[in-house]
Design a binder for this molecule. Structure first.
Ligand SMILES: [Zn+2]
Length: 430
């Protein structure tokens, strides 16, 4: 059952340049007409049945806020065929990517990143935070490529670039991070759980982010090893230092294997530090648990404990057909469905985890179907939001700032069962 909340109705004088979306099904279940003007939602009213030239008829479709992707790897996207990962685990994936590093030219990275952006946009995602490998064999090559991509897509898809440095953070990686933040990265990143000094690595990253005045988003505890819990260190450091920028902890797998009391204690510290957590079900279901053939753990973070403590929990797609996750459609509704199936969220919360929550992670204004909110929207077939989420048709229309920026049409032709002859029907009745 989708939780009902009423559609906001506000009478705003109709402006020149207004466009109307007619008879759309809102999350609440109500049928509404929605006026767009000046890049925002100007008016939401109960459906009137009006159809004027230029109106968009959304009968039979559900209208949702556009999706936001809080955690992608556009520099690695679409390399699965080139970089097989037979082990299927995290280290196998890292080695597979290192094996093709030489072929990852500037042009190759730009082409794949832009293809991945088009896949996301067609399915309704208008903002993407991507981590980009910095240092080691990649140097600054992927960062330069993604900064170029970010600038080219500005106004159509918001791209944020996180400098994902290697380790040890106390050595070259820390210097790489500072350089990347000077050369165009928007957010400080890293993988403290792989560092010889995980807690120290968190501190170095936080210092670098603070000096640059940018948010921090770390790959955090992407392991089932319960002894690695840098999330607790992160919460403690952020609270003690009063770090003023947004902090995100991505993955947080090991929190999911702690006992209930530890989950609660750490989740409360995370919420108090205002750290947002990004769950990444596809990649973690794929990579984690391969050495646990019985009662295989899911590799998800402690979604329920974090939400119970009041922390923001967003969900992302992470890897799009690369050695870290060789399948996937780049669809936020695929992620939301996994948050229902594996994260045990109710459908409304699952939709929130790919809309409102990631927008908060990215520092974007909230998007709802309500007056004054950005007209970043997606419509797709469904009698209600649950059906739209469950079926996840690729048939979608996507608006950015009130303008249609993607339209995918799905046309199916399906045979009906043959009409039985009257004599056969009689025979069957006997
Ligand atoms: Zn990642």
């Amino acid at each position: 059952m989708i939780r009902p909340h009423r559609v906001g109705v506000m009478n705003i004088p109709v402006l020149a340049g207004v466009s109307w979306l007619r008879s759309a099904r809102a999350l609440s279940g109500e049928l509404v007409d929605v006026a767009l003007a000046g890049g925002v939602i100007a008016q939401v009213i109960p459906a009137t049945g009006t159809r004027l030239p230029g109106d968009e008829d959304l009968s039979g479709q559900v209208l949702l806020p556009a999706f936001a992707e809080p955690h992608a790897h556009l520099d690695k996207a679409l390399t699965a065929s080139r970089a097989p990962n037979p082990a299927g685990d995290l280290l196998g994936a890292i080695e597979a990517m290192q094996g093709i590093a030489g072929s990852l030219t500037h042009a190759d990275i730009v082409a794949r990143a832009e293809k991945a952006i088009r896949i996301h946009l067609a399915l309704g995602t208008t903002s993407v935070r991507t981590h980009v490998n910095v240092g080691g064999p990649m140097g600054m090559r992927a960062l330069t490529a993604l900064v170029e991509v970010r600038e080219r897509w500005r106004g159509l898809v918001d791209v944020q670039v996180v400098a994902l440095v290697s380790h040890p953070m106390a050595g070259q990686a820390g210097q790489d991070l500072r350089r990347a933040l000077k050369e165009g990265a928007d957010v400080a990143g890293g993988c403290p759980h792989l560092d010889p000094d995980p807690d120290g690595a968190v501190g170095i990253c936080l210092d670098a982010a603070g000096e640059a005045g940018v948010p921090m988003d770390l790959h955090t505890d992407e392991t089932l090893n319960p002894r690695k819990l840098t999330l607790a260190t992160m919460a403690d450091l952020v609270t003690r230092t009063g770090f003023p920028h947004q902090v995100t902890a991505s993955h947080c797998v090991s929190l999911g294997v702690q006992d209930g009391r530890t989950q609660q204690r750490v989740s409360e510290a995370v919420a108090a530090a205002r750290i947002a957590v990004v769950a990444l079900p596809q990649t973690n279901l794929y990579l984690q648990g391969r050495d646990h053939p019985a009662a295989t753990p899911r590799g998800l973070t402690a979604v329920a404990a974090l939400r119970q403590a009041g922390a923001t929990v967003a969900a992302g797609g992470d890897n799009l057909r690369d050695p870290f996750h060789p399948v996937g459609r780049g669809d936020a509704l695929e992620v939301a469905a996994l948050m229902v199936t594996c994260g045990h969220l109710d459908p409304a919360a699952a939709l929130e985890s790919v809309t409102a929550a990631p927008r908060a992670v990215l520092g974007l204004p909230p998007a709802r179907i309500a007056p004054g909110c950005p007209a970043d929207l997606v419509a797709l077939p469904g009698g209600d939001a649950l059906e739209a989420l469950g079926a996840a048709s690729a048939h979608r229309t996507v608006w950015r700032a009130g303008r249609v920026v993607a339209r995918t049409t799905v046309h199916a032709e399906i045979s009906s069962p043959r009409q039985a002859e009257p004599s056969q029907l009689e025979g069957a009745a006997r």
